[in-house]
Design a protein around this ligand. Structure first.
Ligand SMILES: [Zn+2]
Length: 232
């Protein structure tokens, strides 16, 4: 499995506007963000750029986003960073292959999180974009930020780019923000499949050697001529 380091984004108005647009997409089109519950982080040069705490997404302007340093503490910004900032910081520190994270309380993932059920690799798209079983961290009461961050970072492991938070929600990441959003969508779809397939006798996960092969192809060959070697 080849895990490359994620590219570091340049902190600027373009990236900040993309984050705000993505918050609105996650709330209005996908229904994963509700109220002010949901937050985003993107890896930038001197830390992670995060959404602020307790601010409605409609009111967000690029200046409201906050950069938090890798050792904690606000580097730039006048707002209070998301209360789940520590979770983003610890996961991004643990996983240099991830450049952006989305944390939401999306419905199907929350069903699995409340049942403390990990989601095995069920579909080819999950193998490619998630890259492993989405494990479930134990429940940590809201407000115990350090404990929640530690449990999440310990549970995510080296493979999957998503993790469930017991009785809480989900964190999904990607090399960039667009990929993190797609990861959220595939976690949500996989959670739904896992639950619905119970009516048909239970889902049958993909064998590990097969999903590892699919993940490796997605990361290293997809969209390149060598993917179609011998065919074109
Ligand atoms: Zn949350």
């Amino acid at each position: 499995m080849s895990h490359q380091t994620a590219p570091v984004c340049q902190d600027g108005s373009e990236l900040r506007e993309e984050i705000i647009r993505t918050c609105l997409l996650l709330r209005d089109r996908l229904g994963y963000f509700v109220g002010t519950w949901g937050n985003i982080s993107v890896r930038v040069e001197d830390g992670l750029l995060v959404t602020p705490s307790r601010m409605g997404y409609d009111a967000l302007t690029p200046e409201d986003l906050v950069v938090v340093g890798w050792e904690g503490g606000v580097v730039r910004g006048r707002r209070v960073p998301t209360s789940e900032m520590e979770l983003h910081r610890q996961v991004l520190r643990k996983r240099p292959d991830l450049g952006a994270l989305v944390h939401s309380h999306s419905p199907w993932a929350s069903v699995c999180a409340c049942a403390h059920r990990s989601i095995p690799v069920l579909t080819d798209d999950m193998a490619e974009v998630i890259g492993g079983e989405v494990r479930c961290a134990p429940h940590v009461p809201a407000g115990r930020h350090g404990e929640l961050a530690k449990a999440t970072a310990e549970t995510i492991g080296p493979d999957a780019c998503a993790v469930l938070l017991g009785n809480h929600g989900v964190v999904a990441g990607g090399r960039d923000l667009a990929e993190a959003v797609v990861a959220c969508q595939f976690v949500e779809k996989s959670a739904m499949i896992l639950i619905q397939a119970e009516a048909l006798g239970g889902a049958r996960p993909i064998a590990e050697d097969a999903w590892r092969e699919e993940r490796d192809r997605y990361l290293n060959k997809y969209g390149r001529p060598e993917d179609l070697a011998g065919i074109i």
